[in-house]
Design a protein around this ligand. Structure first.
Ligand SMILES: [Zn+2]
Length: 287
């Protein structure tokens, strides 16, 4: 956070330095185009092949084969979910919220691709439908489905309050990864990474640019849907913050389950689907 009273005086040309034009760091015009109409046609042909209900203050994993659709739905009441993604056969490749944010901005929606970490940088999934796309950005600068948060965790809980809470999203995902991949808990924990905050309403305060949350506008029946670019495993935690309108990292908030469903397109659509590939960069780094 910037000092409210800087220790150093502004130079005489401070205004001119501030007035230079803004440039978008990563224009996305050249990112490989997503064919949403093909995705919608494939989705219309799809049938459900798997589902898992994520209990409140807990997490579950589900495998989503290449070309299949993952739908995350609100069921009993307003609830936020912390989503992790891994490539199923190589979980060292995982969702890269930072670069996804650098490309698409603070919040994602239909047409945005969810990229994996370096040295892969492949589209693990593309968001193909979002029932909350009407929300846009509100007067506070807030929106849904952010890639600016991390996940609630017991370490930050210790830092801020000194107490231990074992059902933060980080812990929930650690247990789910351990169970799904058959890993010891301490190794599973290392696979948990910064999330896509599904349904969460967040932004940065105008004055101090601090991360804020508001009660999510999600209601039962709302959903976020994505098509897997390769074989992925999704881990989802039903955050102990519930709708994240007040408190998290505790048992205070009203919490609800979240539903994950996997849909398989009809065979011809699946056959036509082009699996996403890792970056072709040769990794020589100038050597
Ligand atoms: Zn959480």
């Amino acid at each position: 956070m910037k000092l409210s009273e800087p220790r150093h005086p502004a130079p005489s040309d401070a205004d001119a330095r501030r007035a230079v034009p803004v440039r978008v760091c990563y224009p996305i015009d050249t990112v490989p185009h997503v064919d949403l109409s093909a995705a919608r046609t494939a989705r219309a042909s799809a049938t459900k092949v798997a589902e898992v209900l994520v209990p409140p203050r807990n997490a579950r994993c589900i495998d989503v084969p290449v070309g299949h659709f993952l739908r995350i739905s609100s069921v009993d009441g307003p609830q936020v979910g912390d989503l992790n993604l891994w490539k199923t056969d190589n979980i060292a490749e995982r969702f890269f919220s930072g670069k996804t944010r650098a490309l698409y901005g603070t919040h994602v929606s239909t047409g945005d691709q969810l990229f994996s970490n370096l040295p892969y940088l492949r589209s693990l999934a593309t968001i193909t439908d979002d029932s909350l796309d009407w929300y846009g950005y509100d007067p506070d600068g807030g929106s849904v489905h952010d890639v600016i948060g991390t996940r609630c965790d017991p370490y930050t809980g210790r830092l801020l309050s000194g107490g231990d809470y074992h059902h933060c999203c980080h812990s929930n995902l650690s247990r789910a990864v351990a169970d799904h991949f058959g890993l010891p808990l301490d190794q599973a924990e290392l696979q948990v990474h910064d999330v896509l905050n599904v349904f969460m309403l967040t932004g940065f305060t105008r004055d101090t640019q601090q991360y804020f949350m508001k009660a999510s506008p999600v209601r039962p029946g709302d959903y976020l849907e994505m098509q897997a670019g390769t074989n992925i495993t999704a881990g989802l935690s039903a955050c102990p913050g519930g709708d994240c309108g007040d408190e998290h990292s505790s048992d205070v908030a009203a919490c609800h389950p979240l539903l994950m469903e996997v849909f398989a397109p009809a065979a011809p659509h699946l056959a036509d689907f082009q699996e996403s590939q890792p970056s072709p960069y040769d990794r020589t780094h100038g050597r």
